[in-house]
Ligand binder design. Sequence first.
Ligand code: NAD
Length: 500
Amino acid sequence: MANGSEMVAPLAAVSGFLRQQHGVFIDGEWRPGRGAERLDVFDPATGDVITTVVNANAQDVDDAAQSAHRAFENGAWTGLPAAERERRLLKFADLVEQNAEELAQLETLNQGKSINISRFVDVGGAPAYMRYIAGLTTKITGETFDVSIGAIPGARFNASTRREPVGVVAAIAPWNFPLMIGLWKIMPALAAGCTVVLKPSEVTPLTSVRLMDLAKEAGLPAGVLNLVTGDGRTGKALVDHPLVSKITFTGSTATGKAIARSAADRMLRTSLELGGKNPAIFLADAPIEQAVQGAVMGGFFNNGQVCAASSRLFVARSIYEPFTKALAQAVEGMSIGPGLDPAAQINPVASAGHRQKILDHVQRARQDGARILTGGDSPDRPGYYVRPAVVVDAAADFAISRQEVFGPLVTVTPFDSEDEAVRLANDTDMGLAASVWTNDLKKTMDIVPRIKAGTVWVNCHNLVDPNMPFGGFKESGVGRDFGVRSLEAYTEVKSVCIAY
Ligand code: NAD
């Protein structure tokens, strides 16, 4: 335990959930998987297996896609008045709120993250997001146009557009914020009138499994929301299924590219929220204490397993030494412990494989000539822990400067001018997010438009809001989550031209 603080004791409902034999959720019912293969689900704090889930095969995926297709075609969902769909989605949000502690504990047990983050961000933030999107259900609009068509003498025309739901949506989610990002994928699809097959990450399926019963209780008709658990093969079978019309994916750039290639064959609509290698620029006037706090929050929140994490810090040369020293001290002082210990500031990463990947990155950085000021190794204890790391002397072409580590590790690099800072910040294939730390308004207004990233924060980092579009430039993805226009990606525009 971090500071002898009280560990959270799992609720009876959580222990009961872990003892169940979970299936796939298709046509509004739980079914055993068609095959015999199951996947172990681990507690990252101990490395123990806590339950198993189905590794859904192509037949399960077909069942789920057929179910979603039937529900789309029979109008079980699209045929309801928009206000009724909105009411049920709002009830879904209420049920997530009412079951928040159970969901938060499950998230921490399965993902490893701090119970504080599960309670206040993943689960705590979910109802507000869900209500925001649910509210858009009744605000889908088209446009009317004046047209100048002269083909039929004497005829007049009424031209307009309708936004129609695109069809069956395959929603594929990663393991860093499983419930939250799962909801980012399914809610706009449902609000637009689509039906959905959700595939959570094989590493963190549990809260998505729990979500299905809440969706049913909220009144989502059978087949409107289906769940297949499984690994990348399950995801690929879903992407390749002929009844799927749209893919909404959050995950790594490598998988996003593979999906985009498969999707191209059938001109599938895709929304791809991918990786990041995000810069934070600290100008000379940034107060050191605030800057270091910002760097810790931006780089180590959720153990650095955040797509928008500020993993590359660029610091004005005049403050580089004191900043780096204070950052290394702050990071070294972070308490390490299980997510169920509310006082632990650094928790295990999500899987044994991921811990090894981070350790390999550190070793490679060292071999390339970077210096590890603190951390970057594993403490001698069970569970998937990595000590948080601060890395310096990492040249721009080192792997550690270019590849997403997705763990508790930042590089710190000095710069001599704002132009150099912008050049270094943009020297990446990714473009998800960035931050600039300064109180100089003129410099802020000069730098922000020159940063190639989907979100630029000033004097903050890692903050998202349902009303603020979020997504990537360059290889960080295609499309935007959030905002009043977020349903558009789940609709087709149909022009209607009436002669009279
Ligand atoms: P991942 O790409 O390994 O897996 C994501 C999902 O895709 C999983 O459900 C996985 O089973 C599935 N999958 C794997 N291969 C597939 C295939 N060929 N076809 C279809 N599905 C397949 O990503 P991850 O390791 O789970 O998540 C971490 C990554 O997600 C990081 O790169 C991170 O930056 C990114 N991420 C991005 C955002 C964003 O909003 N841009 C948010 C969170 C995470």
